[in-house]
Design a protein. Structure first.
Lengths: 476, 364
């Protein structure tokens, strides 16, 4: 007797198929859970070790500065750009310059900067080291002893704006950051530390933390509360998990494939050698990092990319689902483009752990995961139709996974806040506990759909910037 | 069934991690509170001893016993911070009487793990415990730390040597670091040497006398230190402007003459300017920068000629030096009339930048 709507032959085939699916998903989730567990444990241990080092003054204490150029690509950022530049001017670092590249803004981005900082037009020659659209106008000002440059150009996308910034910058290391972000007062001295520790550093990733509902005074956190908006709050937890988990683990074997475009430091010579940012990619930040791996390993060059857990950049995360979906669609496309462009790295023994751990992780648990998860839901529906669905077991499995993942999220969240001496309000701790479950059971599935449909119409969006609604960060 | 066992195993891990999170929250709070209390206790005890002519023997014993534990030492350090703000002179007198205690503790801490072992040299440098003293057992501990693979151990040990102020030991310490095979950024060395608390002249002479002992990277760090600290080495630096030395050493010497004007070096710098189109363009670029210290018509002529160099960096530095030499538009009008786009745009930028600076000075 065959339950459901299928005949005997079809039923047997479906049963065999579903057994295979069951094994696949068990293996898939066990691997993911194990990865998450190992990475959170290693990440937490690294943070606690860092804290011990700070307590026992195992740190570089003096101002060993390396001159840095900060490149801020901006398009239609008139709401935030002056505050961002002001916050950069307040950074506690002896020698740096700021270059704002206005990528064809149609609002008052440039006018705001020119007026606020008394900038003057200047005919400055720019050496073309990496390809980009030319500068149309250049303005300079000396703001509190820091050279502030504004370069206006035609719209060419964020990567193109960054490339022009690289051509114009005068120091051997540059930082790329978003125009709606704020760097913590000590972020520069912390992000250059790996450069002082290791001669082969080509890039250092900073830590991006959501700034929604956080108050900063002089680049210092004066009040830390979780965002009121539940969507932003869930992103705080998601950021904590992903930054703590995968990035610290991958850092251990030089396997980081992402340095956030919101805050990263690069050695200019290395970036010039690989041709700068790829303007044809929507995820230019990831593509650059993958390209640096590819270039250095292919040419047998010693290199190291590091992740600075204590170099912090505060950035607004989207508070509207529409903005979040747009952002994630772009990230997913960027991931696909980077992996496709450098597919030679996948499963290639020459690339070692970068290939067999990092690339495979991003392939199966990031790029393909929305399709795998949708496939899983479809298989569950098929099992229900065939009367083969063991509902209690499925619920147990799902609850165990959700509970496990949310506990790891909470561990990551607490490890990150405790180790940088942020005090958590008890109400926020409770809120984090509830929303960590919601993030895994609701938001995750929304984003699965968004990522799965990211490829629809992507060619049209190539040079577009994210049009996220901008809000000022609470600066005092 | 096997899968269910796995699920329950993961749930057990969840429970353990939740317990770990909660325990951590309470442990951190308790440790912070205890440290704060202990710091206050130390401050009270030390305050009483600080104003005595000689500290009690019992106090020394108390410190020896309690500071062996890192928590005690942490609280002690924080209490010193408080007392330093209250009466730094009295605190210095008090610490001067504790040399035997710190000598013993240095040995104790050298036996602890690397992170804790590196903490004591930090305290030595921070409070100048052994300034001007030569205690072989302390030196041995610090020298041993220099062999460590951890950069912070090496850096803290070097900082302790700089604060003790013995030039011979610093020179020896740099040799150990150099030979250890571990990378130590030259900026850390140069900046560290600038904090040396002993006889700087003696240190400079000693480092110069042993220069050949060090690797090129260490030599450049030392030469940079000499550039930042003294102009007394002009004659000897001139000897480094020879092809027998590594190009990095040559660059350091060229930069030295950019900071300290030395006439015998002038023709050599002008000669380097002619390397602009060869593989040695870096010589030309650095010489163009250094020539700003040699104002003369010949310098201006030579730098103007380099404004049309094929090398961006030579053009950039030549224009910068002409700017530093006070050139105005009328002085360089021939550059604009020469129809050399490269030369013109670079010099125009400098002049516009100069105007901008002047304007900012008028309207800050």
């Amino acid at each position: 007797m065959t339950p459901g709507i299928f005949n005997d032959g079809a039923f047997e085939f479906i049963r065999a198929f579903l057994i295979g699916v069951e094994w696949f998903f068990t293996a898939y989730l066990v691997c993911y859970s194990t990865f998450l567990f190992i990475s959170v444990i290693i990440g937490s241990a690294a943070l606690y070790q860092k804290r011990q080092q700070e307590i026992f003054k195992n740190v570089l204490l003096k101002d060993h500065f390396i001159p840095i150029s900060i490149i801020v690509p901006a398009r239609n950022e008139e709401v935030t750009v002056t505050e961002t530049v002001r916050s950069l001017l307040a950074l506690e670092y002896p020698l740096f310059e700021i270059i704002v590249v206005d990528d064809g803004s149609v609002d008052g981005t440039a006018a705001r900067l020119i007026e606020t900082f008394g900038m003057q037009a200047i005919r400055r020659p720019v050496q073309r080291k990496v390809p980009c659209r030319p500068a149309e106008e250049i303005y300079e000002a000396n703001a509190h002893g820091v050279l502030l440059t504004l370069i206006r150009k035609k719209n060419g996308g964020k990567a193109d704006a960054l490339n022009l910034g690289i051509n114009a910058c005068r120091y051997p290391y540059f930082i790329c950051m978003d125009a709606d972000s704020v760097l913590q007062y000590d972020s520069l001295s912390r992000i250059v530390k790996p450069v002082l520790e290791d001669e082969n550093i080509v890039a250092v990733g900073g830590t991006v933390r959501p700034a929604n509902n956080v108050t900063l005074e002089g680049g210092r956190v004066s009040r830390y509360r979780l965002p009121r908006n539940p969507l932003a709050c869930m992103q705080v937890l998601e950021y904590a998990r992903s930054f703590l988990a995968s990035r610290i683990l991958f850092d251990k074997f030089n396997g980081s494939l992402i340095i956030s475009g919101a805050f990263g430091l690069f050695k200019k010579d290395a970036v010039v050698a690989v041709g700068g940012y790829d303007a044809a990619t929507v995820g230019e930040d990831m593509e650059l990092v993958v390209k640096l791996h590819d270039y250095c390993i292919s040419n047998g060059l010693p290199y190291r990319m590091r992740y600075a857990t204590d170099a912090i950049c505060w950035s607004q995360v989207p508070e509207h689902l529409k903005d979040l979906c747009r952002q994630r669609r772009r990230w997913h496309l960027g991931l696909f483009q980077s992996m496709w462009k450098h597919r030679v790295m996948l499963g290639n023994p020459k690339f070692g752990a970068v290939s067999f751990i990092s690339c495979f992780y991003y392939l199966f648990y990031e790029l393909l995961s929305p399709f795998i998860e949708i496939f899983g839901i479809a298989a569950a529906v098929l099992a229900a139709l065939a009367g083969l669905l063991d509902l209690p077991f499925m619920l147990l499995f799902f609850c165990a996974y959700a509970g496990f993942a949310s506990v790891l999220t909470m561990t990551a969240f607490f490890a990150r806040t405790q180790t940088i001496d942020l005090k958590i309000d008890p109400a926020d701790a409770l809120k984090a506990a509830v929303l960590s479950v919601a993030e895994l059971t609701v938001l995750r599935f929304v984003l699965v759909w968004v990522r799965a449909t990211a490829f629809i119409g992507y060619r049209k969006k190539k040079l577009r910037w994210d049009k996220t609604e901008r809000k000022k960060i609470d600066l005092k | 069934m096997k899968v269910e066992i796995l699920i329950y195993a993961y749930l057990a891990v969840c429970a353990a991690m939740t317990g770990f999170n909660i325990a951590c929250i309470f442990l951190f709070r308790r440790n912070d509170r205890k440290l704060y209390e202990r710091c206050g206790d130390y401050a009270d005890v030390i305050r009483k001893q600080m104003h005595k002519d000689a500290i009690d023997e019992a106090h020394r014993s108390f410190l020896l016993k309690s500071l062996v534990h890192v928590k005690g030492l942490l609280a002690f350090e924080r209490s010193l911070d408080i007392l330093n703000r209250e009466d730094s002179a009295a605190l210095e007198r008090y610490l001067g009487q504790l040399v035997p205690v710190f000598a013993r503790l240095t040995l104790e801490y050298s036996r602890k793990n690397e992170v804790q072992a590196a903490y004591f040299p930090y305290l030595i440098s921070r409070y100048g415990f052994f300034k001007g003293q030569d205690i072989p057992s302390i030196n041995d501990v610090l020298f041993a730390l220099l062999h460590s693979s951890g950069i912070y151990s090496r850096e803290n040990a070097l900082a302790a040597f700089y604060s003790i102020g013995n030039a011979a030991h610093v020179a020896q310490a740099l040799e150990i670091v150099d030979r250890s095979g571990y990378y130590h950024h030259k900026k850390l060395i140069t900046d560290g040497l600038m904090t040396f608390q002993g006889d700087c002249r003696e240190l400079q002479e000693m480092l110069w006398a042993r220069l050949d002992v060090y690797s090129v990277a260490m030599q450049t760090a030392i030469l940079d230190y000499l550039r930042f600290s003294t102009g007394a080495f002009c004659e000897r630096m001139l000897g480094l402007l020879s092809d027998h030395y590594d190009s990095e050493i040559n660059f350091c010497a060229i930069r030295y003459f950019g900071k300290y004007r030395y006439e015998p070096a002038y023709p050599v710098l002008l000669g380097y300017l002619e390397h602009e189109d060869s593989a040695r363009w870096e010589y030309a670029a650095i010489a163009a920068f250094s020539l700003a210290a040699y104002p003369s018509e010949q310098t201006v002529r030579a730098l103007k000629a380099k404004l049309n160099s094929r090398s961006w960096f030579v053009r950039f530095n030549a224009s910068q030096s002409l700017d530093k030499l006070g050139m105005e538009y009328v002085d360089v009008v021939d550059v604009f009339e020469s129809n050399d786009r490269y030369a013109g745009e670079m010099m125009r930028y400098r002049l516009e930048q100069k105007k901008l600076r002047e304007r900012e000075l008028r309207h800050p």
